[in-house]
Design a protein around this ligand. Structure first.
Ligand code: LLP
Length: 432
């Protein structure tokens, strides 16, 4: 489901006119649709209903307290990667007992916090980490629930920065030595082996790599269940979303026509292919979707400040920068751009670069993109920005964080105020 659509000549998110919203709250502005987030959670939950399962939302994709609260109320668990994320989940009303703690570099303070709060499981990424968790648990006089993350050496066929399941990636424990790693972990006094985890990458646009990875790892899972009584298998996140023609398709679980003519991936297809492989294991299945849950639920609204026509290009200079949304700069990520004022049928188009004010050539949202003609002062929406958008923002160039809005029908809730200059420099000290 996709909640951004034109109505009465302007782009709306659910029942909210985004032009009016931009006037009221200023730009750049992140806007999220509550209905889309809930729809995606419920669709996935329904698609895998046959399995004993827990959806652990990957908090890193969008960790605003209001978003976490929404999912906590739906019964979601959370995949966290830091002590900060655990504290956010708890502040938002989530349960520690439904949290899995991932990441290759957990610190003592984070491990202690997680043990004290009683998380469901640590997903450990190296034997050194398991040994350290054992030591810290021993010092606290508790047993630490641990799953090892296996690196299945499967090619996720996604961008190299978000591919994690190959042997050359830093993630997980090599498939070749995972059995020995379990045997050694089982011998540690303060560890309870609770599961096995894997995650092969993000923004996967086909179910094939998921199937390949599950087929490869399922026999191992069965062995570990037998040997150590593990109770869960987490297949990670990675379900990709539509970044192109997302507005036109109106349904974010369908891919726009793929060049290779292959059938597009839907959440239903993902489930239909994986459930039969997972069900016979007789274990609890964990999923860690981030992008799927919130990606298409969000847009970043920005205003065109200036137009600059050069001999080679026309630039639309907008008031959002790479510090606000870094995906195009970092991953060559494509985001569709839609003017807030609906273009008339047969309206003029122009080929432009949409760029920000930051002093870097990588500061762009689109290059050589054919867009409906816009004027200075108009606002545009950078679509599919709900995941890995705001959470990756920085204060580079001393630019304050944008505000965030959660739309629920006809109501727009400010879920984060725009950062003030005083907030931006809070904590800085001039000596003397
Ligand atoms: N589980 C683990 C262990 C992960 O590392 C990740 C994402 C997820 C789950 C959630 O993956 P998702 O369902 O969102 O694909 N900033 C990048 C994406 C980085 C993903 C990192 N790990 C981007 O903007 O494309």
């Amino acid at each position: 489901m996709h909640s951004f659509h034109y109505q009465d000549g302007t782009l709306h998110c659910e029942g909210i006119d985004l032009r009016a919203l931009a006037e009221e709250h200023g730009t750049p502005l992140y806007v999220y649709s509550q209905a889309t987030i809930l729809d995606h959670f419920r669709r996935l939950d329904t698609a895998i209903a046959e399995l004993d399962h827990l959806i652990c939302y990957a908090t890193k994709a969008n960790s605003n307290l209001a978003v976490l609260n929404l999912l906590a109320k739906e019964g979601a668990g959370f995949d966290i990667v830091s002590g900060g994320e655990l504290q956010r989940v708890l502040r938002a009303g989530g349960e520690a007992g439904k949290c899995t703690f991932a990441g290759v570099g957990k610190t003592r303070a984070e491990i202690e916090l997680a043990l004290r709060e009683g998380i469901y499981c640590f997903n450990a990424e190296s034997e050194a980490e398991v040994a350290f968790i054992d030591q810290v648990a021993g010092e606290l006089g508790v047993k630490a629930p641990v799953a090892l993350r296996v690196n299945p050496n499967v090619d996720a066929k996604t961008h190299k920065y978000i591919s994690t399941g190959k042997s050359e990636n830093k993630f997980g424990i090599d498939f070749a030595i995972i059995r020995e790693a379990y045997a050694r972990a089982a011998a540690l006094p303060n560890i309870t082996l609770r599961g096995l985890q894997m995650h092969i990458g993000s923004q996967l646009t086909s179910s094939d790599p998921f199937v390949e990875a599950v087929e490869k790892v399922a026999p191992l899972v069965a062995e570990l269940k037998e040997a150590y009584g593990i109770e869960f298998f987490s297949i990670g996140g990675g379900i990709g979303i539509v970044y192109e023609d997302s507005l036109a398709s109106g349904d974010s679980t369908w891919w726009s026509a793929r060049e290779d003519g292959e059938k597009p991936l839907t959440i239903e297809e993902y489930a239909a292919r994986l459930v039969p492989l997972l069900k016979p294991l007789g274990l609890r299945i964990l999923l860690e979707p981030g992008r799927y849950m919130v990606g298409n639920a969000g847009a970043m609204i920005t205003r065109i400040l200036y137009e600059k026509r050069g001999s080679a290009k026309t630039f639309k200079i907008v008031d959002a920068g790479m510090n606000d949304l870094i995906r195009p700069a970092l991953y060559q990520g494509h985001h569709d751009i839609a003017p807030l004022r609906a273009p008339a049928d047969g309206a003029e188009t122009e080929t432009v670069d949409v760029v920000g004010p930051v002093c870097e050539s990588g500061d762009f949202f689109a290059q050589n993109r054919e867009l409906p003609a816009t004027a200075e002062g108009d606002c545009i929406a950078v679509l599919s920005a709900g995941a890995y958008g705001f959470v990756m923002a920085s204060n580079y160039n001393s630019r304050p964080f944008p505000a965030e809005i959660l739309v629920d029908g006809q109501t727009a809730h400010v879920i984060r105020k725009r950062q003030s200059f005083d907030d931006l420099v809070a904590g800085e000290v001039i000596p003397g």
